[in-house]
Design a protein around this ligand. Structure first.
Ligand code: IFM
Length: 455
């Protein structure tokens, strides 16, 4: 008798109340770059520099979500998505970065939040997802303390404005990425290549901004408001899941977290940080560390890649080079190692004692061809996301406190220096017509959300 080759596997349930959602960010989807009083962000200017962004794409139109958000939220609701992570555009709300408030911008997000709630979708609002007002960059950008002060006013404004309906707040997205790419490497806006001290000073100011975001939620967020940071921690994956390599992964995770998670969770710049900066410390106000290390309600992790590590011959962690033939998405940095979804949360819980974790981004970017007859079979993405969820479920089954998962992204969008061609969406966007087409991964993820189970 031939063996049964395939049968419908039993769905593997996640814990009751597990949060399933989709994520976007204002500068990547909204477009409407100068509508209704919005000022330029650093990305609006940077993208116009020849060669800065692939194919000369800019965020000026992106997915035109600014005008199409209602239809986009209808689609989310049809897919059974009940949680949406979005960001607010600082230059839409405070065009000069501080001081003057743009009423039209404030009203726009009132409508956006109401539109989500009317559809039964809970907003998870990121305060800052990289679109610094150009006016603040002109005054020196994140290396200057005044940006952290301006962020404090901005955080107060948005939490006061929306705190009656928004109960989930994320302070800043991926501090190391926007600071290192923007101020050290120059590959992202504002495209600067500064010396290490200035770069680490910028990281410190971003941490102070995070502290003000937490403070603003505590002061004005009202009952039930929760807040946390969104970090893209590097994930060392033990080559062999046994004690020696696990200890190596924990040691490396702690070391690699010395610039962001360590000051937040331990209130200090520790030994590894000082080794990293050759003894240099940022200029700080006396209360900075206290502000930075205020307790938060959760940690958000953006997980895309991981790197195998083992206990080296000298007893120290030895990070291994990516095997040449290891699967990679079209974004070359995105090595498709699904085990990051197990080890990222487990290491964060173990090393920093985090009690509530959300995966705020996970996904894969490809230079996909357009849909054919209204269909796009992105099995490459679907299979990878399924493998990731299998690992996340393993973490949850092992008692790691993971409470939710957001796909990056709901929609193909403006993928920073890679432009509109690098697609991360579970919904395809035709940037010429703005027609949205759910991909196979969207249909699959819809079933995951509805069944609260790996299907
Ligand atoms: O598109 C980005 C997002 O803005 C931040 N995290 C990684 C994603 C994919 O590169």
């Amino acid at each position: 008798m031939p063996a049964v080759l395939s049968r419908a596997p039993t769905p593997a349930p996640f814990p009751p109340g597990f949060v399933w959602g989709v994520a976007t960010a204002a500068p990547q989807v909204e477009g409407a770059a100068d509508a209704d009083g919005k000022s330029a962000s650093v990305w609006d200017g940077f993208a116009r520099r020849p060669g800065a962004v692939a194919r000369g794409d800019t965020p000026a139109v992106a997915c035109d979500h600014y005008h199409r958000y209602r239809a986009d939220f209808d689609l989310m609701a049809q897919l059974g998505v009940r949680h949406h992570r979005l960001s607010l555009a600082w230059p839409r709300l405070m065009p000069d970065g501080d001081g003057r408030v743009n009423r039209a911008g404030v009203d726009h997000y009132h409508r956006v939040i109401d539109a989500l709630l009317e559809r039964g979708i809970t907003p998870w609002v990121t305060m800052f997802h990289w679109d610094l007002p150009q006016a603040l960059e002109a005054r020196g950008g994140w290396p200057e303390r005044l940006v952290a002060d301006a962020f404090a006013d901005y955080a107060d404004l948005i939490v006061r404005s929306y705190g009656d309906r928004v109960k989930h707040w994320i302070t800043l997205n991926e501090i190391r990425v926007f600071v290192d790419n923007g101020y050290a490497i120059g590959r992202h806006a504002p495209g600067r290549k500064e010396k290490a001290e200035l770069v680490n000073q910028a990281v410190h100011h971003a941490l102070v901004g995070h502290g003000h975001g937490v403070r603003a939620v505590r002061e004005h967020g009202g009952a039930g408001a929760v807040v946390g940071l969104c970090d893209n921690s590097s994930v060392p994956i033990p080559l062999v899941e046994e004690a020696a390599d696990i200890a190596a992964a924990e040691a490396l995770f702690a070391a690699q977290s010395c610039r962001v998670l360590e000051p937040i969770y331990r209130g200090t710049y520790g030994r590894t940080y000082l080794d990293f900066t050759s003894g240099w410390l940022p200029q700080m106000a006396p209360t900075d560390l206290e502000l930075i290390t205020q307790p938060t309600d959760f940690l958000g992790l953006n997980l895309y890649s991981g790197q195998c590590v083992r206990r080296g011959p000298d007893g120290r962690p030895e990070a291994l080079a990516y095997p040449v033939h290891y699967p990679v998405a079209d974004s070359p940095w995105l090595k498709l190692n699904a085990r990051a979804l197990y080890w990222g949360p487990r290491l964060a819980a173990r090393v920093f004692g985090v009690e509530h974790l959300y995966i705020l981004e996970n996904g894969a970017g490809y230079d996909e061809t357009p849909p054919v007859n209204g269909e796009l079979f992105d099995l490459h993405r679907l299979e990878y996301l399924r493998a990731c969820l299998r690992e996340l479920k393993r973490a949850s089954d092992d008692g790691v406190p993971v409470d939710g998962y957001f796909v990056w992204s709901f929609l193909d969008n403006f993928e920073w220096a890679d432009g509109n061609g690098r697609r991360f969406g579970i919904v395809h966007n035709d940037f010429a017509t703005q027609v949205r087409t759910p991909k196979a991964s969207a249909a699959w993820f819809s079933r995951v959300c509805r069944q609260n189970a790996l299907v």
